[in-house]
Design a protein around this ligand. Structure first.
Ligand code: ARG
Length: 355
């Protein structure tokens, strides 16, 4: 990217962010001049902590796929831009897991590393391995490729359906570092159901989804390693991760436990099993005091976010296909209105896989 593009992006970020931060017009102009000189001298510029903090929060606010955006302004932003060593980065990643988990009272958190320094290979810091075996796939089919990479780098799992993968990251273009997460840091919830005995399902899920493969873009600066998390909405686990045919595919097994036949589509056995699986997810997380939100509450919160944004005279952009929950979508207001899927900066973007 050339200097003019960075400068334009930097200016348009500062012009949005500074008024939101109640900075004076003089302050904005001073900062623009400073950034301009820095870009002319070095080709890039560094955000102040306040800019990074607010930029990361704006990026959440602009995340069209996210129904949880009401809480954008509470994101806890951890600045690790000064870190360069394997040991520092390892500690920061583990610290992210510890403080975001917070014994179940999950704190939305992002840890930001220096641009063009670190790449995290994992899709999420905590995720289950997937193995192709002679008797079919064991674990999470979505992790098969990554699990193979981990194996190549010398990691071996136990071969259970819920092996927590190691974290793999790379500094500059050096050999990747592979670290096992101390098990006591990985909070997990064993699923049970208020009425059915679902122990034969052997289903569980981890508490905190920490996306670690997206890049955070603020004012023309691309942070390629900036793992972030919120808490789960129940359907992500109960209607997708554990239910999709291409993931854990637990619905037929649950239907068997519920003693409902699976031969007639019109019996709605899939829908009935799906609802009970989602009840189990919400029930178990709540009983273990692990933060989670059901999709009806999340939709109400999103409605409040839309109201707040209207009051702040900002437009809400959204990706309808992602915002509607995968169960009972038409029971939420989101289903009944259109959203403009326009990409606004700052934001979180997909990036190419490093492996
Ligand atoms: N859908 C992903 C998963 O099931 C997590 C995406 C982020 N979700 C969140 N609630 N912040 O693992």
């Amino acid at each position: 990217m050339n200097n003019t593009t960075v400068m334009e992006d930097a200016f348009s970020f500062l012009e949005k962010a500074y008024p939101e931060l109640k900075r004076s017009p003089e302050n904005l102009n001073e900062r623009k001049l400073e950034v301009q000189l820095e870009i002319e001298r070095t080709g890039t510029y560094e955000h102040t902590f306040k800019e990074l903090q607010h930029g990361a929060r704006m990026a959440w606010r602009n995340s069209n796929k996210c129904i949880g955006r009401l809480f954008w302004n509470t994101l806890s932003v951890v600045d690790k831009r000064s870190e360069t060593t394997e040991e520092e980065i390892t500690n920061s990643l583990l610290e992210h897991i510890r403080t975001a988990t917070n014994n179940g009272r999950i704190r939305p958190t992002i840890t930001v590393f220096q641009p063009n320094k670190v790449r995290i290979w994992n899709h999420q810091l905590i995720r289950y391995a997937g193995y192709e075996t002679a008797d079919g796939i064991v674990g999470d089919p979505a992790s098969i490729e990554f699990t193979k990479e981990a194996n190549k780098l010398g990691w071996t799992g136990d071969g259970t359906p819920y092996d927590v993968l190691p974290i793999i990251f790379q500094i500059d273009n050096n050999e990747p570092t592979v670290i096992s997460i101390p098990p006591e840091l990985v909070l997990q919830v064993d699923l049970r159901h208020p009425e059915y005995d679902i122990t034969p399902l052997n289903a569980r899920w981890y508490a905190v989804p920490i996306i670690s493969d997206m890049q955070l873009e603020i004012g023309g600066i691309h942070y390629g390693a900036a793992p972030f998390n919120g808490w789960y909405m129940g359907t992500e686990i109960g209607a997708r991760n554990l239910a999709d045919e291409t993931r854990y595919n637990l619905l037929p097994h649950l239907a068997e436990i519920m003693n409902i036949g699976t031969s007639q589509n019109a019996s709605l056995w899939k829908d009935r099993a799906l609802i009970e699986l989602n009840r189990a997810v919400l029930y178990s997380f709540q009983e273990d005091n692990v933060s989670i939100v059901d999709h009806h509450t999340a939709a109400r919160q999103f409605h409040k976010f839309e109201d707040n944004e209207a009051r702040a005279e900002r437009k809400v952009t959204g990706n309808w296909t992602w915002l509607i929950p995968p169960i009972s979508p038409a029971t939420t207001h989101i289903f009944h209105k259109p959203y403009k899927n326009k990409i606004v900066s700052p934001n979180y973007f997909y990036q190419d896989k490093p492996y």
